[in-house]
Design a protein around this ligand. Structure first.
Ligand code: TRP
Length: 466
């Protein structure tokens, strides 16, 4: 069986893992999704829940994925199969990774559409379309883009081709070289944007919005915060597990993933701190939804010195950050199929990318032609699986986002963390974690075995009881 052959490559150092994992984690989730979800779910309460979910659930799941990947040394599905066999446990654990692989494809389908928006904004920025623009005009420009399915499909296609192309080449070599300079530049531009936010005169209003805690809003934002914690850290799918398979044998796992988690959180909070003052200064709505970043950034760049150039650079980096993330969504599925059938990597990549591309059309249309098509509608006259032209319910995009972020990611994470905590066993974990101090080891075990699984279950149950 081809799957019995362990991966041949091991990265030169844990820094490459940090780069790859950070490249995967930092993406549209931080710059696009986190600010708009904070807006929709009312600010500070959501941010607090999000930070708690990162620390108590997201990071333990990342730890679990890294350990499983490094010990399994295969694609996520095969790694789980092997480790389960080694421990005398049921091979059904591997279904967690199968679900993850499907989830990665579903996420990629809409991620590619949104990344396509940023490609379109690179061009518009470069043409100077946004110079001196007001909040209202920026909103109209975004509305015009999303109303145009042909344009959206075009950019979605380009982005999907970019993603598939890297995967066919193999993720290791190209990724490392590119990320070494892209990540620092992204941080730098975020700092510049923060500088602009400080000049708007609404900076403190932004801070207040992000950090003012309103207990009444906690229950509404709890499941979204959990789902987003998974999304932003790229955990629950097996992406980090797939990267863990290339990690050097001896490397401090805990410190390594802590670096990734901190960088990811800093970028998300930085993006929020940069965007909300602009939102308030331009008289825009913080709860604007998915268009938030695409409306506020043009306002900022359209009204500062060298804004046109900086705007182009910024959207290039957003696209690149999305690119290094999208790769990691496709990788677990491709790795699995090429684990099974040696030599098929290129063929599988194009086939799976095609599947995602077709699904992505549904997301494209949910912003225009299908805007009235709603799923999971519960209204005054009962529940309908789908309906046309009604209030409430979810568009196709909302539906895929909901199924993946709110259900599949937490569920996948639960399976991984339970597997690492309870199936791998104490001896294996002590060996993998490389922590000497018994107190620290017990603390980590407690996180993996109890805190993280309980956290996920509590959120699910709270949601059901609502
Ligand atoms: N974390 C990425 C972001 O914030 C998205 C992402 C990449 C992802 N790989 C993933 C999300 C795997 C879930 C699962 O943009």
């Amino acid at each position: 069986m081809a799957g019995d052959k362990a991966v041949a490559q091991v990265w030169a150092s844990r820094w490459v893992f940090i780069l790859a994992a950070t490249g995967s984690a930092v993406g549209l989730g931080n710059i696009w999704k986190f600010p708009y979800m904070t807006g929709v779910y009312g600010g500070g309460a959501f941010v607090l829940m999000y930070l708690l979910c990162i620390a108590l659930v997201g990071m333990p799941v990342m730890l679990a994925e890294t350990i499983i990947g490094r010990r399994g040394r295969h694609s996520p599905v095969v790694s789980l199969q092997h480790l389960a066999a080694e421990q005398g446990a049921s091979s059904r654990w591997a279904y967690g990774a199968v679900m993850g692989l499907v989830c990665g494809l579903l996420i990629l389908s809409f991620y590619s559409v949104v990344a396509g928006w940023s490609l379109s904004y690179i061009i518009d920025m470069g043409k100077g379309t946004f110079s001196g623009i007001s909040g209202e005009q920026a909103g109209a420009a975004f509305g015009a883009l999303t109303a145009d399915p042909v344009k959206l499909i075009l950019f979605h296609t380009v982005f999907m081709l970019m993603t598939a192309w890297v995967i066919t080449r193999g993720v290791v070599a190209g990724l490392e070289r590119a990320l070494r300079w892209m990540m620092p530049v992204l941080f730098l531009l975020l700092l510049i944007l923060l500088g602009y936010s400080l000049t708007t005169g609404h900076f403190m209003q932004g801070v207040e919005f992000l950090f003012h805690f309103d207990p009444a809003k906690v229950s509404e934002g709890l499941l979204p915060a959990l789902g987003h914690a998974f999304f932003t850290l790229s955990v629950g799918v097996g992406s980090i597990m797939a990267f863990g398979a290339y990690m050097p044998r001896r490397a401090p796992v805990g410190a390594t993933i802590l670096t990734v988690g901190l960088l990811d959180t800093v970028v998300a909070l930085g993006a929020g701190l940069a965007l909300f003052p602009i939102v308030f200064a331009a008289g825009l709505e913080p709860g604007a939804g998915p268009g938030l970043m695409f409306v506020t950034l043009p306002v900022a760049f359209g009204n500062i010195a060298f804004g046109q150039v900086m705007g182009v650079v910024f959207f290039v980096l957003v696209a690149v950050a999305a690119w290094s993330s999208s790769i990691s969504m496709l990788e677990p599925a491709v790795a699995y199929f090429s684990d099974r059938h040696a030599g098929g990597r290129v063929r599988f990549t194009w086939l799976l990318a095609l599947v995602c591309w077709v699904l992505g059309i549904g997301t494209v249309l949910s912003f225009n032609q299908w805007a009235e098509l709603k799923f999971f509608v519960s209204g005054s006259d009962g529940f309908a699986l789908w309906a046309w032209g009604v209030e409430g319910g979810k568009t196709f995009f909302d539906l895929v986002d909901y199924l993946t972020s709110r259900i599949m990611l937490p569920l996948g994470g639960l399976i991984f963390v339970l597997f690492a905590g309870w199936i791998l066993g104490r001896a294996v974990l002590r060996e993998e974690l490389e922590v000497q101090h018994p107190l620290l080891l017990n603390g980590l075990l407690l996180l993996l075995r109890v805190v993280a699984p309980a956290g996920i279950l509590v959120v699910f149950v709270t949601e059901l009881l609502k």
